[in-house]
Design a binder for this molecule. Structure first.
Ligand code: FE2
Ligand code: FE2
Length: 159
């Protein structure tokens, strides 16, 4: 890896940690508080558990990136990095699916209870969170990870 590429990777890692990892960690407790307030009204008894599971999976994933992936990248990568990147990419797909489901559930509730302020606030906060999560995943899958993976050969296309 050239020095320029290494600097580019380090800047991306810094941005991802500051904006997305720290941002998610700030946002999740607020989302959980809103979800608990809605449960207290007897509207949906599974919201806190569902959101808690999303938050725990995401925290484990970000911890793995911070403890293993980013340090490997900062040292220029190594032979094990592609397998780790594959695993993390699979987790991204699962996070996106889990968030889509939760977002759909909250949207539906918010539409059914239009005058409920807490639900409207949760729906809005979930939209913001989901948008940040998608941008986070795109920054890693589309910008950061390709710096450390060989391009996938295009099979079946004549040169
Ligand atoms: Fe990340
Ligand atoms: Fe990630």
């Amino acid at each position: 890896m050239t020095r320029d590429l290494n600097q580019h990777a380090n800047a991306l890692i810094e941005h991802i940690q500051t904006r997305y990892h720290e941002g998610h960690r700030r946002a999740l407790p607020e989302l959980l508080t809103l979800a608990a307030a809605i449960e207290a009204q007897g509207i949906d008894k599974g919201l806190v558990d569902a959101l808690g599971a999303i938050g725990r999976d995401l925290e484990q994933h970000m911890f793995k990136e911070e403890m293993r992936l980013f340090p490997m990248m900062e040292q220029g990568g190594n032979t094990l990095i592609e397998r780790l990147i594959d695993d993390l990419h699979r987790e991204h797909v699962a996070h996106e699916q889990g968030m889509d489901c939760f977002q759909a559930r909250v949207r539906e509730l918010a539409q059914a209870h239009r005058t409920n302020g807490a639900l409207q606030a949760l729906a809005q906060a979930v939209e913001v969170f989901a948008g940040e999560l998608i941008r986070h995943i795109r920054a890693e899958d589309d910008e950061l990870f390709p710096l450390f993976c060989a391009p996938v050969p295009t099979a079946g296309i004549a040169p």
